[in-house]
Design a protein. Structure first.
Length: 105
């Protein structure tokens, strides 16, 4: 998710997009990245953290970052859990929710 980024208000690599994040979200990004390094993406704690982070990004006014995070999660979960897993479907729902929110912004 993030690679070699400093914490702070500024650009951060999120999935395949560079986004600007406030300091508190940058801290969460680092936490999710560290958790992902120690656990598989399919671990329930990693999935929960990743979804929470995506939703916080969207709620902080950056639906594109939320979509990028959910999209990356979809790719990881589809590969690890298969196309019919409930958590994968939850991630697709997250993409749809933030695409819809982006259209209303």
């Amino acid at each position: 998710m993030i690679r070699g980024q400093e914490v702070g208000h500024g650009p951060v690599q999120v999935a395949n997009a560079v986004v600007f994040v406030p300091d508190d979200l940058a801290q969460l990004l680092i936490g999710v990245d560290l958790l992902s390094q120690h656990e598989s993406t399919s671990h329930p704690d990693v999935i929960d953290q990743w979804m929470a982070l995506a939703d916080l990004m969207g709620k902080h006014g950056n639906p594109r970052a939320a979509i990028a995070l959910y999209d990356e999660l979809v790719k990881e979960l589809a590969e690890q859990l298969g196309p019919h897993d409930a958590r994968l479907l939850d991630a697709y729902e997250g993409i749809a929710r933030w695409v819809g929110a982006q259209g209303r912004a």
